[in-house]
Write a protein that binds this ligand. Structure first.
Ligand code: FAD
Length: 431
């Protein structure tokens, strides 16, 4: 049943008469089935229902949107304030990816949350990220669920989809308890493989594979890197802003921002944003994708000047002026210098070696924290196999994909929700 409120909202999106005629045939129309009530599925289902289609949203968990709840440290970095589309990563065609991104521009997405969902957003100046002013991710998830209900979506939680088949233009969705739900169209929005405890275990990707779709190799992305042995364990908990640089078989990238030493390795936005390249290089059997850290914004010359000027000051004291104390001491000791060495007693070769560690420190990464901690999944359904405007499968009419299932992800900063919201809407609107 549609509420009056929904009637008004829908008419504002598509025009009164068009909506009214659709609304009259709403219950009679064959169902659109959306699988997965995450960011993409909630958007897809809402927009599908607003077009007057009977829409059923099947979600395996008891409440849906669990990644939204844990996103942005519980605050939900809902969108970026600025977008650089070249920062998205895909093994598919970047041109197709950009076409898909253009379908719902950032400004329009922002407007949707502020006007349709009544969710006020605030800019975090230093990061350029947008968050709800309440700083509560729950408001985003609950707002989207409520919007779905107002739009008339039939939400079914604890509905675990295990298979999907089509016969005579009817899609049959099989649930784990044996029930079969039938519909004329299906939108797969089951996410990738990251953080499986939120509900996404790759079922959708297996179904897409079974249906003959090309899945570009999947891998954990935006995940912490590990070092074995854990060389920097004693620095665990220490954080600072750094510049990371990598180049190798998987590509080259520079990231800047927060860096955190963990008990097992390295985390923080700068590490997460670069992590896919070491991971991809390892997948290709090459571990020489070195990652170098520049601990502070000071170049070789700058450090040389400071260390020469330091005179009778201890080397550690000069480093501590701009570096956290524990890291300054670690670097001095690791360079083989006595803790109390003063600058004027530094030999030239000792100074140059220390400078190398300050401006180009090789992180001894050996692995990664995998899907358990990955914010997203790299790889997925090849973009070439979906219509970039409608997101309909080119192999199976009536089947649509959106969100993390597709072969694309972006950096930290709201890019991944932007992708999920945008592709979800495209799939929902196109029906
Ligand atoms: C810790 C963490 C923090 C993050 N923070 C941010 C952030 O601040 N900003 C940002 O832009 N991005 C963030 N992300 C990434 C973002 O959460 C994802 O890109 C986005 O949620 C993907 O949306 P999706 O709908 O495609 O997939 P998901 O959110 O994974 O949703 C998939 C849904 O499908 C359901 N499902 C799966 N299989 C089945 C099945 N067989 N039957 C029925 N239902 C099923 C799942 O239960 C789930 O509800 C974060 C991710 C993590 C893990």
């Amino acid at each position: 049943m549609k509420s009056a409120k929904c009637y008004v909202r829908a008419s504002s999106l598509m025009g009164y008469e068009q909506f009214e005629s659709m609304n009259n045939s709403f219950s009679a129309s064959p169902a659109v089935i959306v699988i997965g009530a995450g960011a993409a599925g909630l958007m897809a289902a809402g927009f599908s229902a607003l077009q007057g289609r009977r829409t059923i949203l099947l979600e395996r968990t008891s409440d849906g949107g669990r990644k939204i709840l844990i996103s942005g440290g519980g605050r939900c970095n809902i969108l970026p304030s600025r977008l650089s589309t070249s920062q998205f990563v895909t093994a598919s065609s970047p041109t197709l990816l950009k076409k898909m991104l253009r379908a719902w521009p950032l400004a329009k997405q922002r407007e949707f949350f502020e006007k349709e969902l009544n969710l006020e957003l605030a800019l975090e100046e230093e990061s350029g990220k947008l968050f709800p002013t309440s700083n509560r991710a729950r408001d985003v998830r609950d707002g989207l669920v409520a919007w779905n209900r107002r739009a008339g979506v039939e939400l079914r939680f604890d509905a675990h989809v295990v298979d999907l088949e089509s016969q005579d233009n009817i899609w049959r969705v099989h649930l784990a308890d044996g029930e079969v739900v039938e519909g004329s169209r299906v939108i797969l929005a089951t996410g990738g493989l990251s953080v499986p405890k939120t509900g996404s275990d790759g079922t959708g990707l297996s179904i897409a594979t079974k249906l003959g779709h090309t899945i570009n190799p999947t891998y954990p992305a935006l995940t912490p890197l590990t070092a074995d042995p854990p060389t920097h364990e004693e620095l665990a908990g220490l954080s600072l802003n750094v510049r990371l640089e990598t180049s190798g078989i998987a590509g080259a990238l520079v990231t800047e921002g927060g860096f955190l030493f963990t008990h097992r390795g390295y985390s923080g936005p700068s590490v997460l944003d670069i992590s896919h390249l070491p991971i991809l290089s390892r997948m290709k059997g090459d571990t020489r994708q070195e990652v170098y850290a520049r601990w502070v914004d000071r170049d070789e010359e700058g450090w040389r000047d400071e260390l020469i000027k330091g005179g009778r000051w201890r080397v550690t004291a000069v480093l501590r002026e701009v570096l956290p104390e524990r890291l300054a001491e670690f670097l001095v000791v690791e360079s083989g210098l006595p803790y109390d060495r003063v600058c004027s007693e530094l030999r030239r070769d000792e100074r140059e070696e220390l400078i190398e560690r300050l401006i180009r420190y090789r992180l001894p990464w050996t692995g990664d924290e995998g899907y358990k901690k990955a914010e997203v999944t790299g790889g997925g359904v090849a973009l070439e196999e979906v219509n970039p405007k409608t997101l309909e499968s080119k192999r199976h009419p009536g089947l649509y994909f959106c969100g993390e299932m597709l072969d694309a992800f972006g950096p930290i900063g709201g890019y991944n929700f932007l992708w999920a919201w945008g592709t979800g809407r495209s799939a929902g609107m196109s029906l």
